[in-house]
Design a protein around this ligand. Structure first.
Ligand code: ADP
Length: 238
């Protein structure tokens, strides 16, 4: 299958006064549609910088990036925002939900930006809340939900535009072990349904849910290896 993500010699340098930080030093790799990839590496190794570039939240200094056959390199902010809307959903460690809005309204938000009519927004948000097991909690505000439930709302929001790709930065970082496992089971299920997942984590237990591990060190990709299927993988269930 052709690559969903193609990056070649991607570099990102930050300048802080006199100091130059080479956050990413010429990373090249492909990610195919349907992969489940975990990005690991010590703090400061460039994981978030790389995820932000994939997510079109930041722009590389040099190198090229193609997403779904479209060249992303060189696009302006508005075009990048369009790509984010159409091609990807984001999940962050801190959930990033609007505190005064219900779960339903939070999930509808990307559809408001996409100018989808209200009735259709409601229908699609309810469908995604049901998919993450929160149909009964649609009218709750974030503070009335547990951390795991809030992250499920964030995942429903990431899914509501039907993107082929989910990018997640330490999505279980604020959750206890059992809740983290439930959330990773949900990611596995979504991946089983064909959604490509790229997830940053520093926890080996979490990375073990993926099928491929990328390890970054000092801004370089130092390891890229497949992982065997987990016994609980949906595709290995009878
Ligand atoms: P990781 O996610 O692996 O912890 P990062 O990608 O956040 O690593 O950071 C890689 C390097 O780039 C680090 O040295 C970090 O301090 C630096 N860096 C990241 N973002 C910025 C920024 N906005 N300005 C300056 N330096 C940054």
């Amino acid at each position: 299958m052709s690559a969903l993500i193609e990056v070649r010699k991607l570099s990102r340098t930050y300048r802080l006064g006199e100091i130059t930080v080479h956050a990413l030093k010429g990373v090249s790799l492909d990610i195919r549609q349907g992969e489940f990839v975990a990005i690991m590496g010590p703090s400061g190794s460039g994981k978030s910088t790389f995820l932000n570039l994939l997510g079109c939240l930041d722009v590389a200094d040099t190198g090229s990036y193609r997403l779904n056959g479209e060249t992303v390199t060189g696009l302006q902010a508005e075009a990048l925002a369009g790509i984010r809307n159409r091609h990807m959903g984001f999940v962050f460690q801190s959930f990033n939900l609007l505190p005064r809005s219900s779960a339903q309204e939070n999930v509808e938000l990307p559809l408001v930006y996409a100018r989808v009519p209200a009735a259709e927004r409601r229908r699609r948000a309810r469908e995604k809340l049901a998919l993450v097991g929160l149909a009964e909690r649609a009218q709750h505000r974030p503070a009335q939900l547990s951390g795991g439930q809030q992250q499920r709302v964030a995942i429903a929001r990431a899914l509501v535009n039907e993107p082929p790709l989910i990018l997640a930065d330490e999505p279980t970082g604020a959750l206890d072990t059992r809740t983290s496992q439930e959330l990773m089971d949900l990611f596995s299920r979504l991946n089983g349904a064909g959604i490509t997942i790229v997830l940053v984590t520093h926890e080996p237990d979490i990375a073990a849910y993926a099928r491929r591990i990328l390890v970054f060190r000092d801004g370089e990709l130092v390891e890229d290896r497949p992982l065997p299927a987990r016994p609980t993988d949906p595709e290995t269930q009878p």
